[in-house]
Design a protein around this ligand. Structure first.
Ligand SMILES: NC(=O)c1ccc[n+]([C@@H]2O[C@H](COP(=O)([O-])OP(=O)(O)OC[C@H]3O[C@@H](n4cnc5c(N)ncnc54)[C@H](O)[C@@H]3O)[C@@H](O)[C@H]2O)c1
Length: 377
């Protein structure tokens, strides 16, 4: 195979980016567009000279795609993704991989069983600030990670959620600020720190009409022994987000940035200890005699290119082997962490990971059916 025959399912929102990326990619032949909006999909398909479908199953039956992007509402990622994989088609799904970690498992198993590629739209990992953080951690600049403070403090008015019904419900969105806004940040947390093993959390809805949560606080223990505190909210206009990762040799701190993307304003501060923390702790010096922090700005590394990089790596993996930049296995911990946070908060208990799939699915059904509601404040 020299090129990948490609379809995009869901073309009006971020899917329009997948369409233009596929169209411009040297190793992709865009062959199909799918959307429930018949007028929109026909118009775009005519413009690009590709086939239009309103039902992705008809596209699969036509046998004209080797791979697809799925840029539909959250609940369809697992349903459509699984059908595509079963039809032998490689899948690049937008984030989140799935609403329930049990569905993420099924998708990963289906891809592995058929030797198909599963790529997930967590392009934040490719941006320069996360790339620089990852490099600092991997090269030992801060030593063993001991603590994490991660906040995502922003604002979304009622109209943001009201614009599409799917953003408001457990069944469709799988969560509010967690699944919709901060699944990227939580993916970064798992990618940078490692897998969470224990979660204690609270979620609620302070201001919005929607079913899903608009505020979250969570304490997380990671497999490597790091302690993390996470706060997420869409209720604070002009909020100030703080991200800090502390190790036994130093600390990374990120002053407020909009979204950890490629903003010119992004910056990272690094402070390192003259001696390892283990020595400082055992020392006899008084508190006042502690070494001062040597905070200094770090030059950011180049970014890898966002969505473009994901599609490039996805296509490359299909044609030449290997894995996409963000594959299903590496995207699963973020879904699992979100499920654990919701489970802990609603059942009012500390949750050990791996999350009990059956237990979360039961809770999810209660939330989706409306028989259980999250606390309102
Ligand atoms: N990676 C990112 O930074 C990023 C950015 C924005 C959105 N997203 C994700 O992309 C997905 C879509 O978000 P959006 O904001 O574009 O949503 P949207 O509602 O604007 O667009 C969804 C599209 O899917 C279509 N659609 C719905 N059901 C369909 C079906 N059964 N078959 C075919 N098409 C169908 C809709 O008609 C619409 O064109 C979500 O998962 C979202 O979280 C990711």
């Amino acid at each position: 195979m020299n090129s990948v025959r490609y379809g995009v399912i869901g073309i009006k929102g971020v899917g329009s980016k997948h369409v233009s990326m596929a169209q411009e990619h040297a190793n992709i032949e865009l062959t199909a567009l799918v959307d429930l909006d018949e007028a929109a999909v026909k118009a775009k398909s005519q413009e690009l000279g590709v086939r239009a479908f309103t039902d992705y199953r008809e596209m699969l039956n036509a046998g004209i795609v080797d791979a697809v992007s799925i840029a539909t509402p959250h609940h369809l990622h697992a349903i459509i993704g699984l059908e595509c994989l079963k039809a032998g088609v490689h899948v690049f799904t937008e984030k989140p991989l799935a609403n329930r970690v049990s569905d993420a498992d099924t998708m990963i198993e289906a891809a592995e069983a058929r030797d198909l590629k599963l790529c997930v739209g967590h392009q934040y990992r490719t941006y320069r600030t996360p790339q620089t953080m990852k490099h600092l951690i991997d090269t030992g600049a801060i030593g063993n990670i001991m603590r994490l403070l991660w906040t995502w403090i922003e604002f979304r008015p009622e109209s943001y959620y009201a614009r599409d019904i799917w953003r408001q419900t457990w069944r469709h969105a799988g969560g509010g600020v967690l699944m919709n806004q901060t699944s990227h940040d939580l993916d970064l947390v798992c990618w940078l720190i490692g897998e969470p093993v224990q979660v204690s959390a609270m979620i609620g809805n302070q201001f919005h009409q929607m079913e899903v949560e608009d505020v979250v606080v969570a304490n997380v223990l990671f497999a490597n022994g790091a302690f993390g505190s996470i706060q997420l909210t869409i209720n604070q206009p002009k909020g100030y987000s703080i991200r800090q990762i502390a190790g036994d040799k130093g600390t990374i701190a990120i002053p407020d940035v909009q979204s950890l993307t490629n903003d010119a304003a992004d910056s990272i501060l690094l402070s390192t200890y003259a001696n390892p923390l283990t020595e400082l702790v055992k020392g006899t010096g008084s508190i006042a005699g502690q070494p001062g922090a040597s905070w200094r700005p770090i030059e950011l590394r180049a970014g890898l290119g966002g969505h473009d990089r994901l599609m490039e790596s996805f296509t490359d993996a299909i044609l030449n082997g290997g894995e996409p930049q963000v594959n299903g296995v590496s995207a699963r911990p973020a879904v699992e962490l979100i499920n654990a946070i919701v489970l802990s908060a609603i059942r009012k208990k500390t949750v050990d990971l791996p999350v009990d799939r059956g237990e979360y699915d039961e809770l999810f059904e209660e939330l989706s059916s409306g028989s259980l509601k999250i606390p309102r404040f």
